[in-house]
Design a binder for this molecule. Structure first.
Ligand code: HEM
Length: 477
């Protein structure tokens, strides 16, 4: 009675058996959550072992809880192994003062570096130009076969790397990118639900080799991503590199400037090289795959819905005077159909099948239900985006829903909501808009072979995976 409704739970295991059963019955985590939503309402409780997990599946309640009362829900409930590796440093797997300071700093640094404005646009368009030059050079009779995952992985990876450490990936250093991607993919393959839930002492005791392997793989990624930051730091110390604190060229420069400032002022000792390693690691890991996966999903949708591509292109041609200039972020206010299409892509791509949980430290009331302390809570983005009461015929890819009812646009929240929402939202939105818009202006996109499926390839896992084997034909317009 101290929680919103949900299925009857058993001692020790809570609702785990029902969760497994409904995932199996409805063929995935999101359909299972959707079943619980339809049965118990937009706010429901599942006991996973001894901890009550409260899911919110509508925008209005999410807004009320995570924005209006956002200060209460700042602490992320983390798998023990994440907490252990991060040592409470960085952005994704940290809580408290250090997280708050780093988040404030990261958002400020992105603003200074022109995120959401011209400077970021220039970086993205320069990257896209370089990639398109390669597509054009490989063309036979105006057509190039593009493996979209490779294309977007590298393009997005290059943009992030250039924002963070001022270096893009090209043919000379592509191997560095592939090495990093390989490390990340094999680290992700290592994790099972067991590793994510057991306490560290138990993991160390039961499987010491597995524990060592997981920690090593995480440390290797963080060290790899941050090695150039360390090199820069050494150069600053030796006088080989002078920091420009007024106009930092990348995130590392902005951080080193702040570190120097804080050393002089002595107000906080949170800015350390160890912390920078984790912050960069988090921005890289959270920013690369999410954005590339969204773009891959989008292009899989495009070849399934040529009528949508046609409408987007008509709008884009009008806006850019028949493609005589690239699409710019300034066009966003006028590109209603493209905006609607991107919202529909993100609603379907909705990267997280299970969103991160936050601690609920004090007893409260949500949508009229009591919610006791000691529980964890989240806006369940995957289920929220297939909520049929909000998005009619939610399974359908139908951008027109946002033209018919523009208020629906606010209800698509793939970047989460509240104090722990995505730090890279503006970067990702700029990348998605400019890459989709400008690629549609330059190329006609056709399936190469069979039309790809738009189904989630990993419906039982915490994250979504589109078909990443897809190759498409890019035909120059
Ligand atoms: C389409 C692309 C992206 C999607 C869909 C996405 C989605 C998300 C979501 C759902 C969260 C968690 C929200 C929550 O806990 O409620 C998150 C957090 C985060 N994202 Fe993103 N993200 C994207 C791109 C990026 C980019 C480009 C960056 C960095 C440049 C980034 C950095 C982060 C960080 C650091 C966090 C943790 C924030 C915190 O805990 O304070 N993300 N993202």
């Amino acid at each position: 009675k101290k929680f919103p409704p949900g299925p009857t739970s058993l001692p020790f295991i809570g609702n785990i058996h029902q969760l497994i059963y409904y995932c199996w019955k409805h063929k995935g985590v999101v359909p299972a959550f959707d079943y619980f939503r339809q049965t118990y309402g937009d706010v429901f409780t599942l006991w996973l072992g001894p901890i009550p997990h409260v899911s919110i599946c509508d925008y209005e309640t999410s807004q009320e809880v995570f924005v209006k009362n956002g200060n209460k829900y700042k602490d992320r409930f983390l798998p023990p192994i994440f907490e252990h590796v991060s040592e409470n440093l960085g952005l994704v797997s940290a809580n408290g003062e250090s997280w708050a300071e780093m988040r404030r700093f990261a958002l400020g640094a992105f603003r200074t570096m022109g995120v959401g404005r011209d400077l970021m646009e220039e970086r993205i368009l320069a990257e896209l130009d370089a990639r398109c030059a390669k597509i054009d050079a490989d063309a036979v009779n105006g057509k190039t076969i593009v493996h979209t995952t490779e294309f977007f992985d590298l393009t997005v990876g290059s943009v992030i790397n250039s924002v963070l450490i001022g270096k893009r990936f090209d043919s000379h250093n592509k191997d560095e990118f592939l090495k990093l991607k390989g490390l990340i993919d094999s680290a992700a393959d290592l994790f099972t639900i067991f590793d994510l839930t057991v306490p560290i002492w138990l993991l160390k005791k039961l499987c010491p080799e597995r524990y060592a392997k997981i920690v090593e793989s995480q440390v290797e990624i963080i060290n790899f991503v941050s090695r150039e930051a360390n090199e820069r730091y050494e150069k600053v110390k030796s006088g080989e590199f002078t920091i420009n604190s007024e106009d930092p060229q990348d995130f590392v420069e902005a951080y080193l400037a702040k570190m120097e400032q804080e050393k002089e002022k002595g107000t906080t000792n949170l800015y350390t090289m160890e912390c920078l390693k984790h912050v960069i690691g988090d921005l890289w890991l959270a920013g690369q795959d999410t954005t590339a996966t969204t773009l891959v999903s989008g292009f899989n949708q495009f070849v399934n819905h040529p009528e949508v591509v046609k409408k987007c292109r008509e709008e884009l041609m009008k806006l850019t005077d028949n493609g005589s200039r690239p699409l710019s972020l300034k066009d966003r206010a006028e590109s209603h159909y493209l905006n609607a299409t991107i919202a529909e892509i993100q609603r379907h791509a909705s990267i997280l099948n299970v969103n991160f949980w936050r601690y609920n430290h004090e007893a409260t009331t949500i949508k009229g239900y009591p919610v006791d302390s000691g529980s964890v809570i989240t806006a369940q983005l995957g289920a929220l985006h297939v909520n049929n009461d909000i998005f009619k015929n939610a399974e359908k890819f139908y951008p027109e829903r946002f033209i018919e009812d523009p208020k629906l646009l606010n209800q698509v929240i793939p970047f989460g909501i509240g104090k722990r929402s995505c730090v890279g939202e503006n970067i990702a939105r700029s990348e998605i808009y400019l890459m989709i818009g400008n690629l549609l202006l330059r190329y006609d996109i056709k399936p190469f072979g069979d039309v790809p499926s738009t189904e989630d390839k990993l419906p039982y896992s915490a994250g979504k995976l589109p078909d990443k084997t897809v190759k498409l034909e890019f035909c120059k317009l």
